[in-house]
Design a protein around this ligand. Structure first.
Ligand code: ZN
Length: 92
């Protein structure tokens, strides 16, 4: 695990590094790394697929919905990006 600052919890680091977007291919809320630029390939993919084989359907940055806040529809949260019962990182 990368240590960014001594006083930040893992959840706070996640909140700073990731933004929530609705991913059109499956219409669920996923975490996308804020500075992700597709590594030069012009496509982005959610946190839950990082480190795994690239999914058949990725998306382009301008296909992402506007960043969603904590008032989003939590029932649409991806269970891999949002561990069960953990809504803490997105509290303002
Ligand atoms: Zn996800």
């Amino acid at each position: 695990m990368t240590v960014i600052a001594g006083n930040l919890s893992a959840a706070e680091v996640d909140a700073a590094m990731y933004a929530v977007h609705r991913w059109e291919p499956d219409n669920r809320n996923h975490l996308f790394k804020r500075d992700q630029d597709g590594a030069g390939v012009g496509a982005v993919w959610p946190k839950c697929t990082r480190g795994k084989p690239i999914p058949q359907r990725t998306c382009f940055p301008d296909e992402l919905s506007p960043e969603l806040g904590d008032d989003r529809d939590h029932s649409q949260d991806c269970r891999s990006c949002f561990p069960t019962g953990s809504r803490q990182p997105w509290r303002p």
